[in-house]
Ligand binder design. Structure first.
Ligand code: SAM
Length: 436
């Protein structure tokens, strides 16, 4: 199997079908059943690398190509990016191999006539790679940041306005950093199976996995050095759930009690539902999502974790459920958002989000909150959260909510920023409903 050819297919899927890169890559890894770990790692690095640096690659290619990248046929554009990425960022690949393999693939995919063009552009970039010109950092700081971190200019300008240049740069750079996998431990299940946290940790270490304590949440570990999540010892037995620490902190901050009734109104794939169910051991969680196909994911997680206190239902959160009025001790509203807190994990989000989309998400969140707040009992809690970092979806959304709902007070809010905090970008607000 030609790994670069598979990479080209994945990049074309992303470019022409608008498939999210993590999904396109996941499909290719499953379909091709890579047995060689090195080849699998190479494919992932190449696809992720090209995706996360696309704007920077295009900027470089455009300087040396007579046809601008936007005018190139998709196969040629993807090949130029693949070649350029290997030349600029993959030290282990000889420049000549990067170039020759792209030329070969151009011919294989029916573009023999353009193979000379691909060869010419990539050889020139190889020659010039130590003296490439980028926008001037002093004269055009925003454009510089946009090209160097491969982030659309409007988004750079927006986050500079919201957080200042230094923080915005840190946030954008965080997308390129390697991240460990954070897991939420299910202490109860581990002990039920006759193990202790220490003995389980040793078992992971014996399996060659590096285990470090989380930075924010007591029951969190950070794992690295494993191949597949589902092959980690204890996964099938429900010892842990993969979840970012920011989300763990959010659910913990809601203060769920053992006998509580919790409603999770936008729940798939079930990270917060399962955390809530672990807190509400004698209580109950009603877990809902509009996407029928995603309910299976909640179900899988609930079954694997052996949680018997969760009901799963397909439900549009914009539709009011009269029968649930003032029923819940805690409502979790982890709402659809622009996802800019997870640019590092979904590395093409930054190219897809638009200002108009953010505006309509703000309205959707507002509409859903109008319903969510009515399900909360007097004295109960509404947890609002998003995996994004824009102020209008977070602090400003909550400000507006509090103005419109004097029956609520803000107990706590927290904005995590990726790169600045050791987790995803994430926001939560714990809103307390006053007694009757
Ligand atoms: C941020 S994700 C939720 C993640 C989840 N809470 C967790 O921790 O695993 C947002 C979810 O909202 C769902 N969603 C979007 N619009 C919705 C609506 N109108 N009603 C209910 N769910 C909706 C999406 O299908 C998606 O699964």
């Amino acid at each position: 199997m030609d790994t670069r050819d598979v990479a080209l297919t994945v990049l074309l899927d992303i470019e022409t079908n608008q498939t999210f890169s993590n999904i396109a890559l996941g499909n290719a890894l499953r379909k091709n059943q890579f047995t060689d770990k090195v080849e699998r790692a190479f494919l992932s690095r190449l696809v992720e690398g090209v995706t996360e640096t696309k704007l920077r690659l295009d900027y470089v290619i455009d300087q040396y190509s007579k046809t601008k990248i936007k005018k190139c046929k998709p196969v040629i554009a993807c090949l130029l990016r693949m070649g350029c990425y290997q030349i600029l960022f993959m030290d282990s690949v000889p420049d000549s191999a990067a170039c020759n393999e792209c030329v070969k693939l151009a011919k294989k995919h029916g573009f023999a006539g353009l193979s000379g063009f691909v060869n010419g552009v990539l050889r020139t970039i190889t020659r010039e790679k130590t003296k490439l010109a980028y926008p001037d950092q002093k004269r055009e700081p925003e454009r510089y940041l946009s090209v160097m971190t491969s982030t659309p200019l409007w988004l750079v300008q927006k986050l500079i306005l919201e957080y200042g240049t230094e923080s915005a740069e840190t946030i954008f750079q965080a997308a390129f950093a390697d991240r460990k996998t954070s897991i939420r431990l299910n202490k109860h299940r581990i002990e039920e199976n006759g193990e202790t946290m220490d003995s389980y940790k040793n078992r992971l270490k014996e399996a060659g996995i590096t285990v470090e304590p989380g930075a924010y949440y007591e029951g969190a570990w950070l794992l690295s050095g494993y191949d597949f999540i589902h092959k980690i010892p204890g996964y099938k037995q429900g010892y842990f759930t993969v979840q970012d620490e920011s989300s763990m902190c959010a659910v913990a901050a809601a203060g769920i009690q053992p006998a509580d009734f919790v409603m999770d109104i936008c729940a798939a794939p079930g990270g917060k539902t399962t955390a809530a169910a672990e807190f509400a051991q004698q209580g109950h969680v009603l877990s809902m999502d509009i996407a029928e196909e995603k309910l299976e994911l909640i179900e899988e997680n609930v079954e694997r974790l052996k949680l018997a206190n969760v009901d799963i239902r397909c439900q549009d959160a914009t539709e009011y459920m009269q029968e649930q009025e003032k029923k819940a001790d805690v409502v979790i509203a982890d709402l659809p958002c622009s996802g800019l807190g997870i640019m590092g994990r979904k590395n093409d989000i930054k190219y897809r989000v638009t200002e108009e989309q953010i505006e309509s998400l703000v309205e959707l969140q507002h509409t859903i909150l109008q319903n969510a707040c009515r399900y909360v009992k007097a004295g109960g809690t509404l947890l609002y959260s998003t995996c994004t970092i824009t102020k209008e979806e977070n602090t400003l959304q909550v400000e507006r909510f509090l103005k419109e709902h004097p029956e609520y007070t803000l107990k706590e809010q927290r904005q995590f920023l990726q790169g600045i905090d050791a987790c995803d970008g994430f926001y939560y607000a714990v809103l307390h409903k006053l007694g009757d």
